[in-house]
Ligand binder design. Sequence first.
Ligand code: FES
Length: 283
Amino acid sequence: MPGGIFFGTDMKIIEKEILTKENPVITRLGVIAPAIALKAEPGQFVVLMTSEEGERIPLTIVEKDEARGTISLIFQEAGLTTKLLGKFKIGDTLYSLAGPLGHATEIKNYGSVIIIGGGVGLAEILPVARALKKEGNHISTIIGARAKEMLILEGELKNTSDEFYVTTDNGSYGRKGFTTDVLTELIQKKNYDLVYAVGPIPMMKRVASITKNAKIKTLVSLNALMVDATGMCGCCRVTVSGQTKFSCVDGPEFDAHAVDWEELEKRNKVYSDKESHICKLNL
Ligand code: FES
């Protein structure tokens, strides 16, 4: 397991910021986790539990501060556990936190890189964009959301980009349309060496289709369903190049052109009716 697994002994929440207020609610938490902060690399994630009886959920490590011994996590309220996590206040302590998990992103100088993020996937592209920029890559970032009020981390991502594009589905901010519209235009004008995409599955699937035709190496970070996140339960399996892979230990990043997107779409919808039911409960 890259970097090993550390179980925090403190796990206290020291910062909380509501990034979007509704539909969906997206929140940033700063958590004390010195051992994880020491080892975490871009692309890796933690698994947390809010209570002893609770489920385990994976969340990307968005930022880390080794000196303070803290990590920053961003989550969207989408089901019971994230809704319960949204109730945590500064000073509260998580039940458990394990990480860093998964393979880190391969950070090197690729040349010209397009980074695309949609929805809460913007939290996942930020650490990768920063690390790739630091390596000297030319970064063109395209971010999108359904509407202006659902965009997160715009300032941070803009600061780390050489070119920056914003789209909203309803045209309330930036350009009206989809991130993939901008992607199509950019790759028609210039050669790119890498595309890195994180967001809703339909978006990543569309990115994969566009860049496959253009023969551009493309990586996606998959948010497959996870249970143990240590490669034992098989819940997070995805088919890549015809082989079964586990997102938690083989990923979460994969070659976008080799992922079986239809299968992944079906698997990720398995619990969506229950999640939407829970989200309507007044917890
Ligand atoms: Fe169980 Fe990946 S979450 S094998």
